[in-house]
Design a protein around this ligand. Sequence first.
Ligand SMILES: Cc1cc2nc3c(=O)[nH]c(=O)nc-3n(C[C@H](O)[C@H](O)[C@H](O)COP(=O)(O)OP(=O)(O)OC[C@H]3O[C@@H](n4cnc5c(N)ncnc54)[C@H](O)[C@@H]3O)c2cc1C
Length: 417
Amino acid sequence: MADSGSDKALSVIVVGAGVVGVATAYALARRGARVTLIDREQQPGRGTSFANGAQLSYLYTDALANPGILKRVPGLLLGLEPAFRLKPSLDPAYLWWLLQFLRNATPGRFRANTLAGLQLGLESRSAMAALLAAHSLDFGHSASGKLHLHDSSVGLAEAAKLVELKRRHGGQQEILGTAELLTLEPALRSRAVVPVGAVYTPQDAVGDPFRFCVGLLDVLVRSFGVAARLGTIVTGMELRKGQAVVRLNEGETLTADELVICAGAESGRWLATYGLGSSLQPMKGYSFTAPLGVDCPVSSITDVARKLVFCQLQGRVRVAGLAELGTADRTVAAKRFDYLLATARDILPLAADYAAAGEPWTGLRPMTPSSLPIVRRVRPGLSVNIGHGMLGWTFAMGSAERLANAMLGVAGQQRGP
Ligand SMILES: Cc1cc2nc3c(=O)[nH]c(=O)nc-3n(C[C@H](O)[C@H](O)[C@H](O)COP(=O)(O)OP(=O)(O)OC[C@H]3O[C@@H](n4cnc5c(N)ncnc54)[C@H](O)[C@@H]3O)c2cc1C
């Protein structure tokens, strides 16, 4: 039982052991908090974090709500864009969310949200570097660099403006023309259509989020005394007489000084109770992992037009994409998966042995209208670290540090690096 008792250390219950929950437990534990981490699955990282695109895209923080999206909304509702769909629904919470999303699509808000994401991305990159300097974690982490491929010169020119904006705020990216691109990444010669250019981000990285969760939880248990309660469902949460009270499916009750919700796309069910309203909508995506092909790029690749990501991950290829906003059903739709597979073949035919692709996987990105996570202490005893959307793996370390600073202060009772 996580109980503050006579021990002076602050006791904290963290609900959810995805990349965000595990990183949050680390940020709190190394400041001296006594942490209990709960997840319904038997292993950490089995939710949306499990088989995502694996990209640590610290500089590609462009908000989803952008000025160009307004005129695409009717087509998105009708399912005319295979890569991105909006579920047609009259659910008031969903409509409210869409309205907030469209309010974020102005040029000013897009710019502000993208730069706020960049700041969090840069903090996350530093926090990840500090973690890896302090602990030996094996999750295929590699700063392989990232290429955003553009097939149109208009699109590349627009991207160049954002590169310049981010440069003024600490982001280092380069624009490459076709010749430079093919010199850097000869494997792209196998594409049917050679891109007109790319945005190159040399310091972006990749890593397996599931193995990260397993490895970091092991460090937390062994070196920081974190109590891991896996295979345990939280059925209720409340604040009672200055204490956080969490009810479990086993009939047990845990108490602690503080509670942090990191339950990913499922956090929504707890939010209304605490006045956070309909801030989250799920956005379903797909991935698969396949053996390496005969000519696979070393850098991780995003095809901008078709919104697919590819990367090498521990000797295999991970491909991820598709976005279905408002869909919480995680079943694999065969047609959607076939589209992902066929598009991947089309974009990079020799990158993977597609015929030997593993099981399709789906996950639910926990989206906010601004594409920025909600990282805050809602009231004494309750904090949230939720809504990381398309970039939860990228933002996990930085948002964990922000939340721990909000709860315990920057200095806190630092333990370990
Ligand atoms: C196809 C796809 C590709 C993506 N690619 C990338 C990428 O390349 N880079 C990137 O940065 N991000 C990517 N993302 C986004 C990223 O995966 C998510 O933002 C991130 O995983 C969210 O992490 P989380 O810890 O908040 O949620 P989760 O990983 O879902 O963790 C929440 C945990 O809470 C637990 N939980 C929930 N309710 C309860 C309860 N009542 N009791 C007990 N436990 C509970 C769940 O079991 C789960 O383990 C991608 C997402 C998808 C779907």
